[in-house]
Design a protein. Structure first.
Length: 186
C-alpha cells in the first residue's frame, strides 16, 4: 500500500513537471528552435552557443546509421559521404525522434559543408517538415568554404518557410561573434 502511494506520487510529479515545461515553452515567449546536424562536433558547438545566446530549444538531427570516420573520408571517392554527395537524390534516414514545430516562429538550422553543399540528411529533414510561418536561418561550419548554394538548396527542398540567407560561421567563433551575427539579422 505504501509503495503504491509512493509510485502514484512520483508519477504525478513527473506529469506535473512535463506539463510545466510544455507550458513554459509557450508562455515564456520562447519560440526559437536551433536544429543541427554535426558529424564531428563543430556545428554542434556553434548550435549550442546560438541556443545559449538566444535561449532557444535545441534539436539534433542524428543519422539512423551514424557516420564513421571511414564514411567521412572525403579523400576516398567511394566513401559513403562521397557517394551521397555525388547523388542529390539520396536521402539518408534520420534516427532521432521527430519533433513538433508547434509554437516556433524562428528556426536556426545548422550543418557542416560537405563537398560545397549541405549533407543530404539535411534534405531529408527539410522535406519531412512544414515550415509555414517560420523564419528559417541557415548556418554552417566548414574547413573554409562558404555557404555556397546550400541555403538555397534547403529552401527549395523545404518548399515552405521564410528562408533567410545562410551564414558560414567559423568553428572557433566566439559567443560575441555569434551575438553580432544574430543582432545583424534584426
Ligand atoms: C565528407 C566531408 C566533406 C567536406 N567538404 C568540405 C568542403 O567542401 N569545404 C570545406 O570547407 N570543408 C569541407 N569539409 C569540412 C567540414 O565542413 C568541417 O570540418 C565542418 O566544420 C565539420 O562540422 P561537424 O564537426 O559539425 O561535422 C568536409 C568534411 C567532410 C567530412
Amino acid at each position: 500500500m505504501t509503495s503504491d502511494n509512493t509510485e502514484t506520487v512520483v508519477n504525478d510529479s513527473e506529469t506535473a513537471s512535463k506539463q510545466e515545461s510544455e507550458t513554459a515553452n509557450t508562455e515564456s515567449g520562447n519560440h526559437i528552435l536551433v536544429v543541427y546536424f554535426s558529424a564531428t562536433g563543430t556545428t554542434k558547438g556553434i548550435a549550442e552557443t546560438i541556443a545559449a545566446v538566444t535561449g532557444a530549444d535545441i534539436y539534433e538531427i542524428k543519422a539512423a546509421q551514424e557516420y564513421t570516420s571511414v564514411d567521412l573520408d572525403y579523400g576516398d571517392s567511394n566513401s559513403r559521404t562521397s557517394k551521397e554527395q555525388n547523388d542529390s537524390s539520396v536521402r539518408p534516414e534520420i534516427g532521432s525522434e521527430t519533433i513538433s514545430l508547434d509554437g516556433y516562429d524562428t528556426i536556426y538550422i545548422g550543418y557542416p559543408i560537405w563537398w560545397g553543399e549541405e549533407p543530404r540528411i539535411m534534405d531529408t529533414f527539410v522535406e519531412n517538415y512544414d515550415f509555414d510561418g517560420i523564419t528559417m536561418i541557415p548556418f554552417c561550419t566548414s574547413g573554409g568554404s562558404g555557404v555556397g548554394r546550400s541555403d538555397k538548396n534547403l529552401a527549395d527542398h523545404a518548399g515552405s518557410g521564410n528562408w533567410l540567407k545562410g551564414e558560414r560561421l567559423s568553428g572557433s567563433a566566439s559567443e560575441s561573434d555569434i551575438e553580432n551575427w544574430i543582432n545583424s539579422l534584426k
